[in-house]
Design a protein around this ligand. Sequence first.
Ligand code: NAI
Length: 398
Amino acid sequence: MKILLLENIHPVAEEYFKKKNYELETVNDSLDENELIEKLQDVHILGIRSKTQITAEVIKNNPSLEAIGAFCIGTNQIDMEACNKYGVAVFNAPFSNTRSVVELAIGNMIALMRQIFDKSRMLHEGQWYKTATNSFEVRGKSLGIIGYGNIGSQLSVLAEALGMKVYFYDIEDKLPLGNAEVCESMEELLQLADVITVHVDGRPSNKNLIDSEQFQLMKDGAIFINLARGFIVNIEALAENLRSGKIGGAAVDVYPTEPKLKKTEYHTVLQNLPNTILTPHIGGSTEEAQKKIAEFVPTKLHEFIRTGSTMSSVNFPNLQLQGIRDGHRIIHVHENVPGIMAQINNIFAEKGINIDSQLLKTNEKLGYVITDVTQNYNGDVLDRLKNIENTIMVRVLY
Ligand code: NAI
């Protein structure tokens, strides 16, 4: 099995694959479409971070590619439709940097409540501005968390440890951790909290979730934090509310449009506003998170290659599988349409092949069938499985 790792992925990943005897090549930068098509010939697994664009052309022109590991959280850089069409499984690391984002949210919150950045800037400029006015502890204040997923719920626990009263709102039913209280609506939360922080996901309907109307509902002088996605907040409205003093301070890590390159000049309406912390999308960027990502993704890729397990795949139906004891494991990936399972089993029955165990899992787009057989069969079986209409891929593990 051949692996290509791009974009300077943490060396922990390299070590893992070497130990498992994969043939490994690393490239420090990302590659463009043509370079990728050329380089990926005979490669079975590709590891990327966020810069490499995996287009439909790349997928179409590399039939040996079985899986892509996105050594990051987002997978927008990968053409998922093409991966589904050609049966390429995609894995990422959805919570390896959760703690990093949570710690930044806590740090931001304390710094904003004390107006640390403005005071630090003034002292850098030679002004000794010692005052307690408008400086507050976070203890005893209320924190409103919008989106109680991995990050939101973890933040809830740490904020309570600091003595904050936590309220949250999520569109799904979520178990409140500790003493956190659920709000019936986002509007209710906006009116209750001293500090409001957004941790919703990037679904399109979340565009401008926080706009002028929502800022108006917030308490006068509320602190606002967005470390989630840029398009969730109307930053023009945020800038206006910071200027007027309605919002007492803000920390923003993500922007509606962000530069692709690392060191680029960048301008936003949020620059040079009072008590406003701007960071260049570094919420999850820590050494620890990079290492955790490089530990998490390779194990998922290896298990996929070894057992067919698809746990935490972004596009394949998720199945946790044990290793194969004796015999063969036949994997059939198909478009999720009715009647495929019956056709698969008819072929086994006609050929007199006894099935040891079988699992089917589907998602909206794909069906994933694992059939373990111990007896021998001829190649004709595989050809017939491949010829079932709507089949995407057939793979055999020994
Ligand atoms: P998650 O998927 O675990 O949680 C998102 C939660 O938001 C879910 O519980 C979902 O039901 C809820 N939600 C979605 N739309 C909502 C709405 N309109 N109102 C209320 N709840 C809503 O995601 P996770 O891992 O907690 O990440 C949260 C955000 O943080 C994502 O947008 C992610 O892209 C971003 N992120 C940013 C990083 C950075 O470097 N700044 C690093 C990592 C994640």
